[in-house]
Design a binder for this molecule. Sequence first.
Ligand code: KIV
Ligand code: ZN
Length: 529
Amino acid sequence: MPDNANESINASQVDDVRNVIIFDTTLRDGEQSPGASMNLHEKLQVAQALVELGVDVIEAGFPIASPGDFEAVREIAQIVKGSQVCGLARCVNADVDRAWEALKEAENPRIHVFLATSAIHREFKLRMSQDEIVRRAVEGVKRAKGYCSNVEFSPEDACRTEIDFLCRVVEAAIDAGATTVNIPDTVGYTTPREMTKRIETLLNRVPNIDRAVISIHCHNDLGMAVANSLAAVAAGAGQIECAINGLGERAGNCSLEEVVMAMRTRRDIFRVDTRIVSQKLVPTSRLVSKVTGLKVPRNKAIVGQNAFAHESGVHQDGVLKERATYEIMSAESVGFVKNELVLGKHSGRAALADRLKSLKYDLTPEQIADVFVEFKKLADLKKDVYDADICALVDRMTSEKKGDAPEADWKFVSYELSCGTNASPNFKATLSQNGIEKVGTSTEGDGPVHAMFWAVQQIVGLPVSLKEFKIEAVTVGSDAQGEVVVFVNDEDSGVAYKGAATSTDVLEATIKAIIDAVNRIQRARASAK
Ligand code: KIV
Ligand code: ZN
């Protein structure tokens, strides 16, 4: 074997590494991804998963942005133990006060204040001079410092800010008490080489820089967010802001799973590591994908379904002889479950319990018993029950059982449909609410989905429209379960709500997904009253 053939294995043996702080912004910048909004229950689930993943700082939201954001930050601050909880605020008194109100019960709170510094933002967005920016930044940091010792300051659009002015703002923010100074590449414009230079310049020219941690926050508009974050770390940055599945504004943020595994796998180069429990990466990615409805591409690095699949004969032969020929890390190290056996209708409770455990579901014996009942029903409908089927089953059961489902939620009862090439669809749906059944019929629309939507709308009587409809097989084979994700618009607020459902009957999954979205709209309307 050549000397460097096992570099990935040698990398794990490198000592003398420093720790880089992982600041996760899935719940704040990530939630700003178009279509990625999460409800309170989902945000709490994600926050808990981030704690278990070993994230150091969870940016839980932007409390002044909406009552929903405030409530989410407040509840996350109350439940999270072991990770810092951070809330975002502009350098405006009302923002900082609101952020603190939401964060004050956290075990370890952080206030993150930001103000744009680049010429283009100063001139067109803020209409402020450089002196005014410095004054406001200092005021914002001081206001936050009055509440909390742990304060982060972000000069928004830092990577397009004149370097002399950036050094001046950073120095002033640290003097005012900022303990972390974040350097956002807000528009994803910078390159790794420029990033290295910018961080080195800050380290060399800002006299008080040793009193703060330099952080990095890269957007992915040119596909360089991970590369730029790694360049910043190599130049001396001590914190990376990133999001699960690379979620974030526009093209997203630096992907947490990619940047973490790059640092771990190439520890020999970067000489840094993190507290991340890498085996939790895939389950966390799956959870975030489920609650946002944003699918992870199959070929996505680290967490995509194909990330460890070897297709060509040459590669398969190589991997069978020596894994390191074509794998630089193992699938298990990022949380994929290796299993030889597919479950089916003859599988027993112990086999299911074992599989649930290896899929990282921490269920009580009673919950396992409930899953077993549903598993048996599914195994009657489809011959092979794959891991993805089991995950879909448990996810469906946990979301149906969640405590915040009010009585007023609509429930699916049954449907009837006839349609054909030259015939209009004829659809009848029966739903129930508060135990009372209602029937809706439709012969309208250019196909069954359209007709279904009309029938549901007739029953629930809300001004809604179907914005997006996606269907995908959960596994392989013609008996596979179909997973339907829809986005339904609340015409009054203009907000789109996600709905999702799985079933071996894709039409049933479709109507259930529409009902799921309608229930979310109904709950949002009720809580806004
Ligand atoms: O991209 C950005 O500049 C931000 C800041 C608020 C940190 O998200
Ligand atoms: Zn951002």
